[in-house]
Design a protein around this ligand. Sequence first.
Ligand code: FAD
Length: 440
Amino acid sequence: MKLSNWGNYPVAESDLREFRSEQELERKLRDLSFWIPRGMGRCYGDSALAPEVISTRKFSRMISFDSQTGLLKCESGVSLKEIIDAFLPRGWFLPVTPGTKYVSVGGALASDIHGKNHHKDGAFSDHVTKIKIRLPDGLVKECSADQNAELFHATAGGMGLTGLILEVSLILKKVSSAYIRQNLIIAKNLNEILEAFSQSEDATYSVAWIDCLAKGKNTGRSVLMLGEHATADDIEKNASDPLKLAGEPSLKVPVNAPGFALNKVSVSLFNKLYYGLHKMKSIESIVHYDPYFYPLDSILEWNRIYGKRGFLQYQFVIPVDQGEKGLRRVLDEIASHGAGSFLAVLKLFGNANKSLLGFPDRGYTLALDFPIKTGTFELLDRLDKIVIDHGGRFYLTKDARMSKEVFQEGYPQLEKFLEIREKLDPNRVMRSLQSERLGL
Ligand SMILES: Cc1cc2nc3c(=O)[nH]c(=O)nc-3n(C[C@H](O)[C@H](O)[C@H](O)COP(=O)(O)OP(=O)(O)OC[C@H]3O[C@@H](n4cnc5c(N)ncnc54)[C@H](O)[C@@H]3O)c2cc1C
């Protein structure tokens, strides 16, 4: 079958196999020599693509939950949405969540994902107490930050290349409501938004939408969104059920649309927010977790808005001391290319954890969507150079096209990762199109 991930690029011919138990998994894996695990295919590029793909979607049972500590043990195919649906009504939420809830627990750990609270709470693996993993040679092992730590730190962020994660034990976060107390701050330019980030380090959640159309003195104009879990008092007047779950999405993109459509929608949304706020500078409100964390989940298959050719997501991080210079050069390059009719998401990360291929590190991270059209790949090659010049690196789970050289520049612990991989999988049975491209 033809298979692709969220960016719909690249498209590969793959044999997709599912399993419900470890025994069935062994049968499905017999004789495979080039395979990779797959969760919900929400990585953007080719990390979860190979000639043989083993999907965890049916391997998705919750195993146990401790209502005193919030420790949940589940199979790796359980989705973040399933965790929210089961545990938010009991007052528990995810400790770290990406911008979509349609992600599996195994995929979240394999990418060591981050959320809007990275500066405070670290990455996904920082909340994982133990995992069970099937290694490439068929052996099943447990590991954690204390037990077989080398394997754990290679697996978190290891993009499925150290084995298939079978089970994950994860500590959920106690919350008293399903709502977020949101504070929006407007920033007129890049200096203002960087200053606003550094003054908001105490906020639990922080993320900014940045307008890539803006040029000159407006370069970097943004809206910063800060958030705290609302207490029962905060929401008294706003909701009858403080732990209310989100409804199912009712909108779906039915066909592949012309490639510019999402840009128009998102830019107009940004402009509404920006100009609506302009006179006030900042505004507080209580919002439900679903639109706060997952604004795009309300439209199913929104990726089709980019059209048949698909799109590339481009996410990098640049150290804080290079932030202003590096981001300005990137934004200027995009604006001068004329491709900037879209929105970007900016965030200030906290320190890196011990994941060998973990992406987040102290610095500014910018995530941008580029529809695939003439000149896109050349523009991104130019941006790669700027990011590398400023000591940055790129997020594997968003990547579909970077070169081996660019990748290697950004990951100082790559050698260590490759040593572990050599021990675990000398014949490179577990591989993805991405790992082949990047020499992993
Ligand atoms: C709208 C949107 C918003 C996003 N926002 C964020 C964000 O804010 N922060 C962030 O960090 N990421 C973000 N992402 C990226 C997403 O969180 C990651 O790509 C995540 O890994 C996807 O999980 P998945 O289950 O779909 O995994 P897949 O996409 O299927 O696979 C991703 C990687 O995990 C590996 N993998 C999957 N399951 C297993 C397993 N059981 N064992 C071993 N390896 C496995 C695959 O081999 C592959 O390398 C976003 C993605 C989308 C589409």
